[in-house]
Design a protein around this ligand. Sequence first.
Ligand code: ATP
Ligand code: MG
Length: 758
Amino acid sequence: MTSVDVRGDLLSGLNPAQREAVEHGSGPMLVLAGAGSGKTRVLTRRVVRLIEQEGIPPQQVLAVTFTNKAAGEMRTRIADLLGAEPSGMWVGTFHSIGARLLRIHAQLTGRTQGFTIYDEDDTLAAVKHAMERLKISPKDRPPQAIVAAISDAKNALVSSAEYERLAMDPFSKAAAQVYRELDVALRQANAVTFDDLLVLPVYLLEQNPDVLEKYRRRFKHILVDEYQDTNRAQYRFVSLLGAGHGNVTVVGDDDQSIYGWRGADIRNILDFEHEFQGARVVRLEENYRSTPQILAVANAAISANTSRKGKTLRTTRPPGDSVTVVATLDERDEAEFVVEEISERRYAAKRRPLRDFAVLYRTNSQSRAMEEALRRHSIPYRLVGAIRFYDRREIRDLLAWLRIVANPADDEAFRRAVSAPRRGVGETTLDALAAFASSAGIPMLAAATHEKFAGSLRPTTRDALAAFSALVKRMNEKARESPVNELLRDLVVAIGYEEHLRAEGPGANERLDNVRELVAGAVETVQDDGGEIGLTPLDHFLQRATLVTSADALDPNADAVTLMTLHNAKGLEFPVVFLTGLEEGLFPLSRSMDNPESLEEERRLFYVGVTRAEDLLFISHARSRRRNGETMPSMRSSFLREIPASMVKDRSTMKLRGSAQQWERPSAAERRPGIPTWAPPRPSHDSRFTIHEAEHESQDQPRFVKGERVKHSRFGSGTIAELNGVGKETKVTVDFDDETIGRKRLVVAFAGLERGEE
Ligand code: ATP
Ligand code: MG
């Protein structure tokens, strides 16, 4: 490819505003624009232009994306446009870039280059162990809550010392102690948490002016995608590096900010112009992704939010099909509906490959019914996010082994490896060992064979620990000269892992397949890009295994339907999208319904979902749904009410219509089993649906009056203080007798309230 071609390529297919953003010279720039307007495209093209036309060396560019997949995509797009892999350019997620920086300067944070990255489970375990040492009971202070508090503090750049100063109530005081203890333990274990990958680089830059200066000089251009979802630490990272030259380009959409619950701060985008004085602001107003019908629904949905900048988003595509809202009977009926729609299009005259379809939902557990239906119809699918490959027990066991081999100070890995498989070292021994290690200030592995400790053990336990330690040592030597896949293969044999899994019985074959996949995957371990850091292949492999995010599992070439949560769908696009479970309490989630801010965040998530669709969008809801083991009646989501009826086509499934009569009975519970509610397989392709008639008002809800006594399965008895709304949308305000519960606002349709006392 000649550079003339590249230049032609570079600006072709861009509108004037996009072109302006791509061609922008130096200085800060904010591209603020709605979904599908080409923000990511602009960012990629801009990187190429800087390198190709401005002659900026690739190593002077830092580009931050939200998933590793997006980073990989950007790399290939840039490589395609440039005709060569840009060497030395830093493209990645905040987490992977943070990890990279920390590897280079590990000593400055009290670690060595081979530090371990603790994932959420390791971090929870480390917190529990810290609590044990501090004698804080997990019953009084749930470890999960402590983890969350520490994580929030870290992401807000509140250090343990500062947290301790600010802690007033007993919970925060306990959390402060654990926070401090955890930091010490992490350093001792030569480990960092996910949050640390964002936070430690900030401290590193703040506390070492020479390092900061070095990177300020190095990264002449910084570009950040999905800027609306950055939190305090990420924001600070960008402003520290960009403050000197101000060549910072950020792109984002305030309407797509969906990580507020994880500390993302929408102010970061709204305040950009203030932080970077004189920033150029570019607005992109054309949407290239979706049909006008889909876009109209998206615009209507988001306009119900009050706290937003407000943007115009015009369609560029010719009209397509209407958006369809489908009423279904229950989650199985909903899944059947999705499968039928997919099957039909898969074999229609204008065939669509399976990779064109995505099914999105609010909560992971909703995937089950979908998966069953897809399996029943032998349709391949790809599940993004639920149990990640690397979260499977057998994989975690083997990774723990690799970790302790790579980093003998990794105490969490030690604990896991020593009992996978079990080798006669019990919990009590481990606790004593941990206590000894902590007081001696040495890692557990070293403590295990320390004569002061080993001397106090029964001979069998002592031998078991000695054998374990010898094996780790042997593997450590092996790791220096062998590739990771060979190391893994030897390890599996040496620890008798296959026999261990077989002895467990059912499920062993599947687990062994996963083990084989891990070994095969290790073959592909690539050299660290740019090769600057000189990670060993094992370190590199482990880092990759910990940093793959859920959306990374998505292989765009595989022909399969994609299933994922709405959070994972950000930034992606699909020709056909099914947005499922649009029910009050599920989407929006019930816990967000009492809080206007979280309700707005849920609505933004809905907007993200709608705007993933290119050609066709189906939005479905079910009359009843099994949740947490119970079948509950459910009600159309209020988000659907906010969309004008003229914008969508309503349908209902045959199964739902077949059951309509039963819905008019006094109670769903009275349904007699044996009444067929499911019609025989549909004869022709379109008879299953009819244009939706007026919705049946559900008659099976009790009607309440103000002042009436009611009881709730979880909250106990109370008195109705207020009633609002009509029919299925009736909400009640109940003053519960239990003072710790107090006043609650509930939707009658699924609160399960009963009359009278407990
Ligand atoms: P999101 O907010 O969802 O992340 P985005 O603003 O980043 O969306 P892109 O993913 O960059 O949007 O672009 C959306 C789609 O429109 C892509 O398929 C992209 O290739 C296409 N596109 C962008 N700009 C143009 C253009 N000027 N002409 C034709 N297609 C375009
Ligand atoms: Mg994008």
